[in-house]
Structure formats: structure tokens, C-alpha cells
Design a binder for this molecule. Structure first.
Ligand code: HEM
Length: 201
């Protein structure tokens, strides 16, 4: 019996047979411009995180719609006569709205009770007045696309929750944030009863 040593695979070491070591193959991903590139399907992208906010009972979109559709609710739930009285007495407001004769304005707003969103041209609201009325949940005036709204009544109906709005209450104009989350929402229609006037400096 021969003592000849053999390689593990049974070959003769003296034959000096070399086996090539398999090389690691670098597979490069096809670039997006390559015809081999597989388009990423929509569902494979990082999903948008949508946090569902639980609104209090009676604060659905439908509830908001029925509340705002009833003209009887305008002064009791959205723009109080007290708020209008405060505006009419404000010297800054008077200066900015000097085009309207003050007595006519009083008659229209306090006696005929014309809603602010029906005023033509709209009232001019100084940013200083907006800031004064932007203290928190109970009084939340804001500017969206140059329009001043008192959204205190809407806060609890906001499907994204009141907190996110309150957190950004110091924004000069909420339009950028608004568009970031839901450009498709028709805020002019939704907030019609909250409209006060056009912002001015
Ligand atoms: C004041 C005017 C605003 C109105 C009328 C309004 C209205 C709405 C409506 C109708 C929705 C539901 C949208 C949907 O499900 O398709 C919504 C959701 C939401 N809103 Fe607003 N919004 C306003 C302002 C804002 C602002 C300024 C922010 C951010 C600072 C914001 C953040 C959100 C968020 C995070 C959601 C939840 C989105 C989701 O479900 O993924 N909203 N809002």
C-alpha cells in the first residue's frame, strides 16, 4: 500500500494543480437610467405615516358641516357679536378700515348682523390684532394665504387634531404647513364661517 499523500480532493500534490479561488463578484445595481432598472412600485416606497387622531364625539366632518350650514349658529358658535364689537372699537381696526363709514359698519355688522364673510370688500385686519387674538385654544386667530380666520371653533373638528394647530399658532401664515399636509383640502369652503377679513400690516 502506497504512503503517497494526496490532496483532500484526491489529486496528487506533486502535480501542482491549482484551482482558482472563486472570486467575489461585485454586482452593481443598474442605475435608474439603465434599461435594466426595475421601477420601484408605489407600495414599495416608504409609506406616509398617517396618525389617526381620535376626535371627541360630535366632532366629525359631518357634524362640522351641519353646524356651519345653519345660519342661526353663526353668532352663537363662530363669530360672536362681542368679537365684532371689540373690532369696531379698536383704533387700529378703525384706521385700517377708514374707507367704511363707522356708523354704516356698525349698522351692517351689529344691527343687520351681516356675517363677516359676506362683507364686500372684506374687512382689513392688522397683523397686530391677529397676534393679540392668537393666545391658545379659546382664542385662535390665524392667517391662511393672507386671510384671517378665527378657528377657535374649528380646532376640535380638525381631523389632524387641535394640538398640531396650536403648536404652530405663531406662524405668520399657515399656508406652507397647510399645503404640506393636505393641499387638496378646500379650507376656504370649510372655514367660511370663521373668516374675519384680509390681513394687512
Ligand atoms: C386651519 C386650516 C386647516 C384645515 C381646514 C384643515 C383641514 C384638515 C382636513 C379636512 C384633514 C383631513 C384630510 C384628509 O383626511 O384627507 C386634515 C388632516 C390633517 N391636518 Fe389639517 N387642516 C388645517 C390646517 C392644518 C395645519 C396648519 C396643519 C399642520 C400644522 C395640519 C395638519 C394636519 C394633519 C397632520 C392631518 C392628518 C393628516 C393625515 O391623516 O395624514 N392641518 N386637516
Amino acid at each position: 500500500m502506497s504512503n503517497r499523500s494526496v490532496n483532500r480532493d484526491g489529486t496528487d500534490p506533486k502535480l501542482n494543480i491549482r484551482f482558482s479561488v472563486p472570486q467575489r463578484i461585485n454586482v452593481t445595481q443598474p442605475t435608474t437610467s439603465s434599461p435594466l432598472h426595475m421601477p420601484v412600485s408605489r407600495s414599495a416606497r416608504k409609506p406616509l405615516v398617517r396618525t389617526k387622531i381620535k376626535l371627541d364625539p360630535g366632532h366629525s366632518a359631518l357634524d362640522w358641516h351641519s353646524l356651519t350650514s345653519d345660519p342661526e349658529n353663526y353668532h352663537s358658535k363662530f363669530i360672536s357679536l362681542q368679537l365684532i364689537q371689540g373690532l369696531l372699537d379698536d383704533p387700529i381696526f378703525q384706521r385700517d378700515n377708514s374707507k367704511f363709514p363707522p356708523s354704516q359698519l356698525r349698522a351692517q355688522l351689529l344691527l343687520q348682523k351681516i356675517p363677516l364673510y359676506k362683507m364686500m370688500p372684506p374687512l382689513r385686519i392688522n397683523r397686530e390684532i391677529v397676534n393679540r387674538h392668537c393666545q391658545g385654544e379659546d382664542e385662535f386667530w390665524c392667517v391662511i394665504n393672507g386671510k384671517v380666520y378665527d378657528i377657535s371653533g374649528y380646532l376640535k373638528f380638525h381631523p389632524g387634531g387641535p394640538k398640531i394647530l396650536l403648536r404652530h399658532r405663531d406662524s405668520d401664515d399657515l399656508i406652507t404647513l397647510f399645503n404640506k399636509y393636505h393641499q387638496w383640502v378646500n379650507y376656504e369652503k370649510l372655514l367660511q364661517v370663521c373668516f374675519i377679513g384680509l390681513v394687512c400690516e
